[in-house]
Design a protein around this ligand. Structure first.
Ligand SMILES: C[S@@+](CC[C@H](N)C(=O)[O-])C[C@H]1O[C@@H](n2cnc3c(N)ncnc32)[C@H](O)[C@@H]1O
Length: 248
């Protein structure tokens, strides 16, 4: 297993940063969050992506200390991509299904323009209390609406208008199709739906995939066959799918 000391080659460290950060040690100890990329390429990507800030580093480190559950957190590269997407589509209303300790929400909330809103759906007071602490410190609490309830209830209560500029789905895998069916009719023109864990740690191609991977494959087939939308799968982290409405 790599240690902090393994993170020394110069090309791995962005200019001006000669020491690896604590979260890097935490992240690289557990490559299970990035099972589809060779470790050296993952390190290269992290080293050349926009650098994370101390708040993100602290959130990753605190979540890593929570034990195996830490693998639920998106990778910092995925968080960066989510923020990038919020800016790319100039999102004003974002919906997140599955918030946990708040890293993906933090990245998206920070990327919102003045007046933008992020609706976060989760059922865990315990996990999201960590998230709220970091959102407060980042100064983004006032743009986040956290609803603690089964996400399907929160989504069904939204007006059936085309108002969602970006949706990010990262919760219980057996409900992905339900979330998708609630969110697609609410996608704004030009809106994007992103879903995480499309490859289910590689189990989707395992001879004995297990129910959770079968659910992931059912979702992939469902979206691929949907005539209303176009979807591409992207191997970042454990796999994102990107769905957009077809031009009518
Ligand atoms: C993979 S984690 C989300 C990770 C998060 N996006 C991040 O960046 O750290 C999944 C989250 O979904 C939540 N969840 C599970 N079932 C849910 C449900 N039925 N409705 C809403 N949230 C749910 C869990 O409490 C957990 O916090």
């Amino acid at each position: 297993m790599p240690t902090v000391g393994d993170l020394q080659p110069e090309w791995q460290v962005p200019p001006g940063r000669m020491e690896p950060l604590p979260w890097e040690a935490a992240r690289f100890r557990d490559m299970s969050q990035n099972p589809h990329l060779p470790e050296a390429i993952y390190r290269y990507m992290i080293a050349h992506n926009p650098p994370t800030d101390p708040l993100v580093d602290e959130l990753v480190t605190e979540t890593a200390a929570m034990g195996a559950i830490r693998s639920m957190q998106v990778g910092v590269e995925q968080a960066a991509l989510l923020g990038f997407m919020v800016r790319l589509v100039r999102a004003r209303f974002v919906v997140e299904v599955g918030t946990f300790t708040g890293l993906s929400a933090l990245a998206m909330a920070r990327a919102l323009p003045e007046g933008g809103r992020l609706l976060c759906c989760d059922i865990s007071e315990e996990y999201t209390s960590v998230a709220r602490r970091y959102w407060d410190r980042a100064g983004v609490t006032d743009r986040i609406d956290l609803r603690l309830a089964p996400a399907v209830e929160t989504l069904q209560a939204l007006p059936r208008t085309r108002s969602v500029d970006l949706a990010f789905v990262d919760a219980d895998k057996e409900s992905y199709i339900v979330y998708y069916e609630e969110l697609v009719p609410r996608l704004a023109p030009g809106g994007i739906l992103i879903a995480d864990n499309i490859f289910m740690n590689g189990l989707v191609v395992d001879e004995e995939p297990g129910q959770i991977a079968l659910d992931a494959t059912a979702f992939a087939r469902h979206v691929q066959a949907d005539p209303r939308t176009e979807t591409v799968l992207v191997p970042i982290g454990d796999g994102f799918s990107f769905t957009r409405l077809r031009d009518s």
